[in-house]
Structures are given as structure tokens and as C-alpha cells.
Design a protein around this ligand. Sequence first.
Ligand code: AMP
Length: 493
Amino acid sequence: MTRFQDLGLIPPLLEALAAEGYEHPTPIQAAAIPHALTGRDILGCAQTGTGKTAAFALPILQQLSAEPIPTPRAARALVLAPTRELATQIEERFTAYGKSTGLRSTVIYGGMAQGPQVRAVRAGLDVIVATPGRLLDLMGQMVVSLGTIRFLVLDEADRMLDMGFLPDVHRILMRVPLRRQTMLYSATLPREILDLVHNNLHDPVKVETSPSSTTVERVKQLVVHVETGRKLRALEKIVFAPGDMRALVFTRTKEGANRVVEQLNRGPYRADVMHADRSQSAREKSLESFKKGDTRVLVATDIVSRGLDVDGVTHVINYDVPDEPEAYVHRIGRTARAGANGIAITLCEPVERRKLSAIEKTIRMEIPVAAGSAPRDAAPPPHGSGGHAPRTSPGSASRASRSARATASRSSAAGSSGSSTRCSSTRRASSATRWADGSRSRSACATRSASTSSSCSRRRWRGGATGSSPRSPASCDPRWASSPSRSCARRCC
Ligand code: AMP
């Protein structure tokens, strides 16, 4: 197995990695770092949770620390990210990995006073991590100049596209010197991103995680069919089960999130809410308390489904089935991070079954139905039925909820004997598999084999990644190939 020492990293970085407790590089790190250290442009195809931040941060820190710091000190590396949360997390990683290098970084994003950000830039720094909008503002005010940038990262490029940031990204790119190293990371490669790659990366090395090591495959997925209007009860039964749990609950709307959290807070555990209507400082507080384990349940809209990096999320619960299949993939990617396993439970009312089918088509698997839930082949409602579809049998919701609660309590029981959260979540997923399926499904086998091998350890990585030249669309991830229209519109790496 590759070691960080084999990648050519300098001692201060190796020490920082050891301090973080990382034993081995993740596949994307092993594939990308050696090429990036030689200055090659990188096209990285990786989802969050694969360790991609270190894959670009470490080579940048190493190359920056080999150069003299310019006078006056001016930023030489720029990382663009789609959301404030992701930008903050990236900057935290730069600080952690670079703590013995003497390099300085700061994060720039909108939604809060710009004073501290302006002061940080004026004090002189080496790395800027930014969301596009506020960066353009500060460029317009002549606070930030990109004339000294030598390293550029576009992280989660497809997400920036989805959020409508591509015009801003193009404007920023026009101000970055052409002589630079560029690394672009994206989970999918739609045409616009391929154009971006074509026009801005020079002979890039393509690195990607092998499909067998994607986050999604390590997540034990279940669907609980509930009667219309019974979701809150089903949710309560899952999250009020005794034992350790760190659950992220996703709702479609902010109002829905507020309603759910209000209800949950009448119960025995603390729940909090995170969505775009909350101020940045309130969001940071909520996230901090969730990270510390003071909050058991964080109810959120999709604003946090990407890039949220919280260790040990044991459960992702889709209170609402997401409208977009991609959102499902990103939501459940909040658990099973860094080699651990996790559980994703989707609560599905009859009116949502069409959305569930679209998700299953995208991920190319049937999500196992929790025991006691309504039968999966119950007909979905006709279009425009307004939810008056065939209902599940009376009592099925509570049976399903009992089953889901059983998952949670078995999980907790398993977790209590483990020494690390991630190890325990691996066992949690395994016990859920035995309980939920009765049979030994494909994903059940995957989970078992993971738990008996190295992925039981948080700090070890399995699976592989490849480094190669860009391939033709024919080598798409088979997930996209399953649906002809999708494979054309959003080509995966
Ligand atoms: P990322 O995909 O960069 O957001 O990383 C996901 C998580 O994996 C973060 O919590 C990182 O701290 C963690 N991580 C990154 N690299 C490693 C590694 N080599 N070993 C263990 N954990 C890692």
C-alpha cells in the first residue's frame, strides 16, 4: 500500500499528516500528488469524501514553500469553491497541513462583513480560498489582485456550474496569469466543464477514483415507505432511539426544515437547523455544535449537501426525497466519509415514488426497502394526482419506523463497543444490512467485506485510483451510461 513518504512530500507536510492521524494516502491522493508535484495540470474526477482537498492542497503547499515569499507578500495560490462551507473547510485543511510551513491562508466569501477579509488580505498571505462572488467584489474594490497567482484550483466545478457561478469563474480566470498550474476537480463532466478544461488546463493528467471506492457504495441505503403525513413520526422513531447518533436530516424547503426541527426539539435530544435564511454566524455555530456532538440531529436543506465535512455522521435521513437524483448522491455522501461506512434512510410518501425511481435509475441500484415498509412495487401515483395515490396499508408506517428504529438501536449498540466513531459506523451498517434485507444483497456483501477488511479503520483506505490522460466520453462512469439522455448531458469522468 502506498505511503505518504512514497509520494515525495517534504517532512513538514508528512508531520502534519501524521498529526492528523492519516496513515495512508487515499486513492485520489496517491494518484494526483506525484503529478501535481511536478507542476502538471490535473483534471480530478472525485466526489467529496475521497480526500481530494489534500490531493491539491499538499502539492500547492510544498511548491509554495520551495519558493521565496515575494515582497510585498501576495497571494500565489487561489482556490475557488462553490459554497462558504466548502471554502471554509478547504482553508482549514490548508492551515492544518501547512502549519509548519509558515505559509498563510485566508478564506473569502459573501454573507458577512468584508472588513476581516480585507484586513487578512492586506496583512499579506500566500493562499486565498474563495467563493466567486465576494472575490469579484474585492477584486473590483482593488483589495485583491490576482496578478501573482501561480496555482489555481477549481473545486467542485460541476457544482459551481449548477449554482450559476460559471460566468463569475470565467471573469476570474481572465485575471489569473496564464503561466500557472491549474487543478480542476469535479464529480461529473458536463459539456460546460469539459469546455472549461479544454480552454484552461494545459495537457492535464486525469486522475479519478475507481468506481469501487466511491463514497456512495459504502453507504448502506434503505427506503422507508410511509403513509402521507406520517413522516414526522417515522423520523422521530429513528432519531429518538437511544444510543450514539449523529444524523443529518434533509428537507426540501427551509420552512420544512424549521417545522421538523421545532418538532424534534420537543423530544429528548437536541436538534438544530441549517439553511440559507440563517445568518452565516448562526450557521457556523450550528455546524460547530453538530461537529462537537452537542447537537444530535442537524436538519438542513440542500445548501449543505455538498462539501459538508463532518466526521462521524452516522445517518443521513432524506425527510423529503430530493427532486434531483444528483442531490440524493450528494446528500448521502455526507456519511461514509474517509473510508467509514454509514446509513442513508429515505422516507418516501406515495407521491414521491417517481422521484425515488429516478434516483434508483441514476445510481443503478434498487434501494432496499426497510423491513415492514410498504411493498416497493406498489404503483406510484399518476401525474398530477396530488398525492392521492394508493396508500400503504394501515400501520405500515409504524412498522417501518419500528424497523428503522431497530436499525438505529442496533447501530448504537454496535457503536458503543468500538473505539472510533468510524469503526462503529462500519459495524452499524453491517448490522442494518442483516436486519433490513433478510437476504444477502449485493450491497450487503460489499458492506460485509468492507467491515472485515481495512475500511473498518478510519485511517486506512482501500480501492484504487488511476492517473491517465483524459479519456473519451465512452469511458463514462456506468452510472450515467444507464440513462441515455443523462449520459449525454452530464458526462461523468
Ligand atoms: P475531502 O474529500 O477532501 O473533503 O476529505 C474527506 C475527509 O477525509 C476529511 O475529513 C479529511 O480530513 C479526511 N481525509 C483526507 N485524507 C485522508 C487520509 N489520507 N486518511 C484519512 N482521512 C483522510
